[in-house]
Structure formats: structure tokens, C-alpha cells
Ligand binder design. Sequence first.
Ligand SMILES: Cc1cc2nc3c(=O)[nH]c(=O)nc-3n(C[C@H](O)[C@H](O)[C@H](O)COP(=O)(O)O)c2cc1C
Length: 201
Amino acid sequence: MFYEPQNGHGLPHNPLKAIISPRPVGWIGTRSKEGALNLAPYSFFNIVCDTPPLLMFSSSGYKDSVAFVEETREFTANMVGGHLAEQMNATSVNAPRGTSEFDYAGLTPVSCEKIKAPRVAEAYASLECVAVDIRQLTGRDGKPTDSYMVIGEVVGVHIDEYILVDGLIDITRSRPVSRLGYMDFATTDTVYELFRPKWGE
Ligand SMILES: Cc1cc2nc3c(=O)[nH]c(=O)nc-3n(C[C@H](O)[C@H](O)[C@H](O)COP(=O)(O)O)c2cc1C
């Protein structure tokens, strides 16, 4: 089949997020300028380059995570292991501004080294980020959408020692949770290697 998004897909649910899948989940921790803690999962999330290390998340609507980053220019991106899937999902609750999803989901906020935003003690890794760009996205017609993208530079990296084996991150230990389409999730715990071909060999 082929469809143009502007004309609809004719399927029971929008397939696009199931097509671009799996997507990593960035568990975004922020602190408002008044000191309120906030935590929410974002699967419009990825690293976008490594020198300097930049990552992004995008909010469909102007949500608290974006508002708090605008206030303080800081956030953490925490990574979700398989055993935390339920708690990660719990933090997506639409709670009133000022409610701490750390408390709601029974998670432990911990201080960062370089920024004031909280990180998640239970996460297998936490990235301390300083915002470099917060922008309202536009479509090809140039009109503003109701989506907001935050790009941050990673200024500090925490790694749970348990997932390091001989100095390498062992995915079978971190077991990252990713978002598929619809209400589906996956936990990665099997791995295989591929080596890039060299021309002429
Ligand atoms: C796995 C998962 C991924 C999500 N990804 C996004 C996302 O990329 N963008 C978004 O706007 N909302 C996303 N949500 C919904 C937000 O987490 C939810 O709206 C949350 O209440 C936002 O919190 P905040 O207002 O504290 O930022 C996701 C929810 C789940 C469970």
C-alpha cells in the first residue's frame, strides 16, 4: 500500500510510529525554577551527533518537560532497563504541574554532578544535559506545529557499573526498553555482531 499522510491511511491506527520502530525511550528528568521535580518518558528521542554529544527529545504539545527546560536550560535523559518498564509507563501519567512523578512511580531522584535537574537512581545510565536549542517545529508549509523539540548537549554521563563487562556496555545486562507502535514495547536482550565489509576483500 501507499498513502500520503495528509490524505489519511485508512488503517485502524496510524502506522507511522510502528514503522519507525523500535524507538529508544528517553526518561526526561527536569526541575522547575521553583524546584518542582518532573519525570516523563519520551520516545521521540535519540542521540543526533557525538562531537559534541547532542541528543534530542520532542514533545507533542507544550508539556511540563519542555516548560521546565525552558525555565532552567537543563535536563537529564535516563535510560530504562526492562525491570523498570511499568514504572516508566507510570511516569507518563498526566499529573498536575508540580506533582513529582518520581514520588508517583516510587522512584528515587538523585542529584547530578554538573546540573540541578534530577536523575533516576534506578536507571542503568543517566545523561546530564544542557539545552542548546528549544524550537517549535514547523511543517513544510512553514506553519508552526504544536510540537516542540529540545536539543541538549551531554555534559555528564552516569553508568551503572553492573552493565559494564570488560569496559563495554553489555546490552544483555542493561536490557533497554524501546517503544514500538501502538501500545507495544520491547526489551532488547539478545545481540549479534555485524562487521562492515571492506571493498575488495
Ligand atoms: C513510552 C512512552 C513514550 C512517550 N513518548 C512521548 C514523546 O515522544 N512525546 C510526547 O509528547 N509524549 C510522549 N509520551 C507521553 C508523555 O510521557 C506524557 O504526555 C507525559 O505526561 C508528559 O509529561 P510532562 O508533561 O511532565 O512532560 C510518551 C509516553 C510513553 C509511555
